[in-house]
Design a protein around this ligand. Structure first.
Ligand code: ADP
Ligand code: MG
Length: 264
């Protein structure tokens, strides 16, 4: 084990650690004890049938849902709780907001602010939250738009961009807060097929640069090429996980086989 440190945290601390994560809505137990780990710089693809709890799991990581039981930590910090003297205390909203700023999320629907240009969308959070000078935020935002291949679309409103371009702006907007973890919830599912590739290419680039990512997707080509691990979920449990090439070539469980036969 390495004892080097990154930002004061030992670098062998996993970026995401889920231990027996459980989530119920009323009497409906949607997550039934999810245990998994994503190391720093790794890409995990999370796949499974509709309703299996994939979005709920990502939402728990990003403070959009509160766990019913279990533990979830990002970069060694419990999500939403602080531990002291062996007890857990709920974080103050301000503390939780700070933790959440380090986690970027991209949804199936692009959710851009319609009354703002691409550039303004990317500048909004850093302007509001970080209180940096406008010129500095703007030059970083232009760099991010260039990075997702949209330098020439900075002044376009979302309505005048294709779905693929809007999704790339959404990725640039998430990156503007310099997250240490990116969560993608079916980022290409709402796109026309010919626009899927341009979004996946941006995500591949991010992975190459070492971004830690959890990607919920049905794009098995992406999983095979980019992911370090593939987790198959069904009905709130992890059915199997492993190297994408192995899980895809030799799924061990009937439920995984049935699912893959539909998406491959
Ligand atoms: P997936 O993303 O794998 O399709 P979800 O996490 O969206 O699955 O949903 C898992 C289950 O949790 C579904 O049965 C869904 O209806 C239920 N669910 C999700 N969010 C809520 C909520 N806010 N209230 C009640 N039930 C919910
Ligand atoms: Mg979902």
């Amino acid at each position: 084990m390495s004892d080097t440190t990154v930002g004061g945290v030992a670098s062998d601390v996993p970026m995401v650690l889920a231990e027996q994560v459980t989530k119920s809505f009323g009497s409906h137990e949607v997550l039934k004890g999810i245990t998994l780990e994503v190391k720093r710089g790794e890409v995990m693809c999370l796949v499974g049938p509709s309703g299996s709890g994939k979005s709920t799991f990502l939402r728990c990581i990003n403070h959009l849902e509160v766990l019913s039981a279990g533990r979830l930590s990002v970069d060694g910090e419990l999500i939403g709780y602080r531990e002291a003297n062996g007890k857990l205390y709920e974080m103050a909203p301000k503390e939780a907001a700070k933790q959440r700023r380090d986690i970027g999320m991209v949804f199936q629907r692009f959710n851009l602010f319609p009354h703002m240009t691409a550039l303004q969308n990317v500048m909004e959070a850093p302007m509001r939250v970080k209180g940096l000078p406008k010129a500095k935020v703007e030059s970083s935002a232009r760099e991010l738009l260039a990075r997702v291949g949209l330098a020439d679309r900075a002044d376009y409103y979302p309505a005048h961009l294709s779905g693929g371009q809007q999704q790339r702006v959404a990725i640039a907007r998430a990156l503007a807060m310099e997250p240490k973890l990116m969560l993608f919830d079916e980022p290409t599912s709402a796109l026309d097929p010919e626009l899927v590739g341009e979004v996946l290419d941006v995500m591949k680039g991010l992975a190459k640069e070492g971004m830690t990512m959890i990607v919920v997707t049905h794009e098995m080509g992406f999983a095979r090429e980019v992911a370090d691990s593939l987790v198959f979920m069904d009905a709130g449990v992890v059915v199997e996980s492993g190297l994408p090439s192995e899980v895809l070539a030799n799924p061990r469980h009937a439920r995984t086989q049935a699912f893959l036969s539909k998406v491959l």
